[in-house]
Design a protein around this ligand. Sequence first.
Ligand code: NAD
Length: 483
Amino acid sequence: MTTLESPAVDVVRNPADGTELAQVPRTSPDEVAALAARLRAAQPAWEALGVEGRAEWLARWRDWLTEHQAQLIDLVQQETGKAFGDAASEPAYGGMVVQYWIDHAAEHLADEHPASTIPTQRLIIQHRPFPLVGVITPWNWPITMPLLDIPAALMAGSAVLSKPSELTPLSWGEAVRGWQEIGAPDVLGIATGGGETGAAVVDQVDMVQFTGSVRTGRAVAVRAAERLIPCGLELGGKDPMIVLADADLERAANAAVWGSCVNAGQGCSAVERIYVEAPAYDEFVRRAVEVTESLRLGTDRTAPLTVDVGAMSSEAQLRIVERHVADAVAAGARVLVGGSRAEGPGWYYRPTVIVDVTPDMDVMSEETFGPVVAIQRVADVDEALRLSNESAFGLCGSVWTGDRERGIALASQVEVGAICVNDACVTNFQLDLPSGGWKDSGIGARFGGAGGIRKYTRARAVLSTLAEPATEPHWYPFGPPAS
Ligand code: NAD
């Protein structure tokens, strides 16, 4: 256990049993300013390395992350309480993103040469980095979240000031230590602490990339507007799953349970509400109950892959899930499996299937972020589509049908930034696809080609002459064109 003496600390606990793991100092606004100045000082040399030089450091970091995978996964499990199966993907997925930008940065950052409408002028578009980018992240994927954004910013030539969640700063702190251990330039820093530290980061950087709740995202956007800096926002969701009567119900039910309970339901792209066409409803519910009953809840830190669902990462989040389910039951919903926190130590919520839900219940309208499979019967596809779109959120979703073309046509009407047909929660793993929310779920997107890296840059328009006469027709003196 690490114990630091500063009184301004966040206590990090293991959600599996509530034990204290560490006390982590809160970086003060003055310290954030000093850190920002240090990173800024190192940025010009980083940019001057060029794409290839920067890629070499990113590749070494990728290798470090791979070599230290076991230790990182263990730290993630300790500070989040995740099942091994959920934690295991974090460093590997992050490494995949690093590799994507190593492979693709050059093509998107290269100068462009649009054709000129005036034959005596040559045009160039340059993409120059924001010197300092802030990356503020939540607790649900402590390594993955920063790694979804930071590699693109670093490859763009920016320095990065990261701020992980105060609930889970340890594993990301270790990844940043890895950057230092390989001897990379001093362009990746970490500030620890909660909202005050996050706000201080927004106050220092030239562009901020934020992942977290709608509420905090809005506060970040307001501050960014005051400072006239751009922000990217990846926010919450209430992702709908539409199951049509002709769907493969075994596959759909398996996906529904996995998509609702993966990472103990604490995923922005998790399945949050399910609409099933009436003819398929009973069979779908029966299958979902069967799968949910079979899930193993607990911790498997010392015996990997022996549980399916881990702990909730905070007691506050566990209480939100309890409230959503209790309120729904009070309003007439029925719990078929689970429906309560597990007995014993730790912050565990039992995987739950809840039915007879209605759109006005929080469990069908607010982000639940817990292992809850919430299923509503709908008359037909039109009702499913209407309910899906009657939401302030617009992050991800899925459509299930035996007719793939019909599925794509239906998916095209769902107001979300990413949607699967006959699959769930996997668009984020295809890095050529943009990942970003519509409506309250965000502004901008990560990955997906040029947009995913150019957002860390400013375009500069350069115009050069190809001929230099003594004067130009539009210069002084004004008068009729010479005949
Ligand atoms: P949160 O908004 O409470 O906190 C996110 C981060 O913001 C934390 O690091 C926090 O310390 C910091 N912060 C708090 N106040 C701040 C302020 N005023 N200025 C700057 N930073 C501040 O979110 P959370 O509870 O940590 O995370 C859960 C949320 O994240 C869920 O809504 C989830 O859907 C969302 N999320 C979205 C995505 C996505 O890609 N769209 C991915 C993962 C999680």
